[in-house]
Design a protein around this ligand. Structure first.
Ligand code: ATP
Ligand code: MG
Length: 570
């Protein structure tokens, strides 16, 4: 017998969420011999999303905290929708989030023989029967929340007859949909899930793991509790929609010969504003090419968030912050972005990038001269060091950093105005060159003050504006993809009559810029590398990059500009 873990003394129970309180009590009372064993049970019918991250962080987190183990179990009981691609992606994503199932990798399909035996046990005990009602009649007989159901005419078949029919189902002698195996519980039960629920259905389908061995497949409510019990799970943590299924979970385990009694505990699903987290809807976005696959940086999938530049730490910190509780609510997407910025601020190197370039010629600077300035990589982290930035006579600045007729409060460049070029010199705008036909500003001629080298002057003259810049001779041309929320409305699931959720898509969720100019250190980067483009936000290198043409994704802006826009709209 293992010793109960001493968590109670270290973690005061008032600071624990309701799940951790239950676990702490179970350990104290030596239930399950003090053992904690949880599982994360994805169905491999899609990619994992941020909602799954909440469940992963909870299941693996709890196991870690109580020196227990957490299993990764593929809930693969629906052969038609499941694919190897999803299995691989799920494993990769759980690992990336920072969790490890060790040798505890399981598949519900490993237990098909056992499920089948337990079904036979229920039939023999007179607790399950083969029902030939059509799906429509089954619905009719089920009753409603206010009206009890009626017994199926097949309910009183003898165990022998049921065994014979169940065997025919198993052998492939019965057509799909012709009959099902049902539990015999109570057709007038106040909980509809207890009105003789189906346990097995016929599906003449090939399963990725068991091939054509089976043509009957167990339903979730039958397979899940038995899988938990076979694996000796102590706490089976699932989302609130399974609360009404708990009596059935208990009923199945109470009526078959199995020792383990896991406790099912439900918690609220994660919902995020401006986001859909239904796998069915996400699959639709992929299949209809509305986004560029499961890992499109606008997707709330783990692979999408990773490509967008999210860190596992940011996602885990967010999950820890929102915690777990029993009431469904919608979390502001800004909360997730807050944890992202907080984490990136610590780790992202500051660099200079110009997204909409405007050429500046510094007339009094020597033609051939190249000077190198030291630039701090991260003011939040002195160990990040410095790098050299070359400065020359012609540089790019941001188009929005110049205005011919600046409004009051505009401290950037304007005719006659002086600004600081970050890490370099003060420059003053002397002349504005325009395109003769369009009138567009195409070039600025400036002068620099050699005394202001590195950012100050002997007369301590103050300039308010500091601009990022890139030497034209050294600039790296890059593509930058500016992402915004995929949906334009806070609740994309709310749609007008006759329309679908895609009506709520944000038409400006991706803006691609193809002529951005970056400082020369941003060459030959590894995909995924993260940076703060000064004054623009956080960016990361996309896998579409080539050595000659880097592609960057905007992970997030520096501040929550979206919240500001919304306030204005109200
Ligand atoms: P499906 O409709 O395909 O069953 P699902 O979202 O429930 O979709 P699963 O693969 O069954 O997906 O989920 C695996 C685990 O993740 C389950 O325990 C489920 O409760 C949990 N989970 C899924 N979505 C969320 C969410 N939004 N918040 C928290 N947990 C979630
Ligand atoms: Mg599910």
């Amino acid at each position: 017998m293992t010793e109960p873990t001493q968590v109670t003394s270290e973690t005061p129970s008032q600071s624990l969420d309701f799940i951790r309180k239950i676990i702490t009590q179970d350990i104290a009372s030596n239930k399950h011999a003090g053992r904690v064993e949880t599982r994360f049970p994805p169905e491999p019918n899609g990619y994992l999303h941020i909602g799954h991250a909440k469940s992963i962080n909870l299941n693996f987190g709890v196991a870690q905290e109580y020196q227990g183990v957490c299993h990764l179990r593929f809930d693969d009981t629906n052969p038609e929708k499941e694919e190897q691609e999803y299995i691989d992606a799920i494993e990769k994503d759980v690992r990336w989030l920072g969790f490890d199932w060790g040798q505890h990798l399981y598949h519900a399909s490993d237990y098909y023989d056992q499920f089948h035996q337990y079904a036979i046990e229920l039939i023999n005990k007179g607790l399950a029967y083969v029902c030939h009602l059509s799906p429509e009649d089954t619905r009719g007989y089920r009753g409603t929340l206010t009206k009890p159901g009626q017994n199926s005419p097949y309910r009183d078949r003898s165990p022998e007859e049921n065994l014979a029919w169940f065997e025919k189902m198993r052998c492939g002698e019965v057509k799909e949909g012709e009959c099902v195996l049902r539990a015999k519980i109570d057709m007038s039960h106040p909980n509809i899930n207890m009105r003789d629920p189906a346990l097995y259905r016929i599906k003449h389908a090939v399963h990725p793991r068991t091939g054509d061995k089976w043509c009957i497949y167990p339903l979730y409510d039958f397979a899940h509790c038995i899988s938990d019990a076979i694996e000796n799970i102590t706490h089976s943590l699932c989302t609130l929609e399974f609360e009404d299924h708990r009596p059935l979970y208990v009923w199945v385990l109470d009526n078959i010969t199995i020792a383990c009694r896991p406790r099912q505990i439900e918690f609220a699903r994660l919902e995020l504003s401006y986001t859909v987290l239904s796998k069915r809807k996400l699959l639709q976005l992929v299949n209809e090419n509305i986004i560029n696959g499961w890992d499109d940086p606008r997707m709330p999938t783990i692979s999408g968030l990773r490509r967008r530049g999210y860190t596992p730490e940011a996602i885990r910190n967010f999950c820890n912050h929102i915690g777990v509780n029993k009431t469904n609510s919608v979390i502001e997407i800004g909360t997730l972005e807050f944890y992202l910025r907080e984490d990136l601020n610590l780790r992202a190197q500051r660099v200079m990038a110009v997204l909409h370039p405007l050429k500046v010629v510094i007339e009094n600077y020597p033609e051939e001269q190249v000077e190198e300035f030291d630039a701090e990589n991260n003011p939040e982290d002195t160990s990040a060091g410095t790098r050299k930035i070359p400065f020359t006579r012609t540089v790019y600045i941001e188009q929005t950093d110049f205005q011919e007729d600046p409004p009051t409060g505009y401290f950037r460049l304007a005719p006659g105005r002086e600004v600081r070029l970050k890490h370099a010199y003060y420059i003053t705008c002397r002349q504005v060159i325009k395109d003769k036909t369009t009138g567009e500003v195409i070039e600025l001629h400036c002068s620099y003050d050699p005394e202001s080298r590195g950012g100050g002057t002997p007369d301590k003259r103050r300039v308010k504006g500091t601009l990022q810049w890139v030497s034209i001779a050294h600039a790296v041309t890059a593509e930058v993809r500016l992402y915004d929320h995929l949906f334009a409305t806070a609740d994309p699931n709310a749609v007008p009559e006759g329309k679908d959720f895609k009506t709520n898509l944000n038409p400006d969720s991706l803006v691609t810029l193809t002529n951005c100019k970056l400082e020369p250190s941003l060459k030959n980067l590894e995909s995924g590398a993260r940076f703060q483009f000064m004054r623009h936000g956080y960016f990361c290198v996309d896998p579409d990059s080539t050595p000659d043409y880097p592609v960057f994704n905007r992970t997030t802006t520096l501040r929550d500009t979206w919240a500001k826009i919304q306030k204005k709209q109200k």
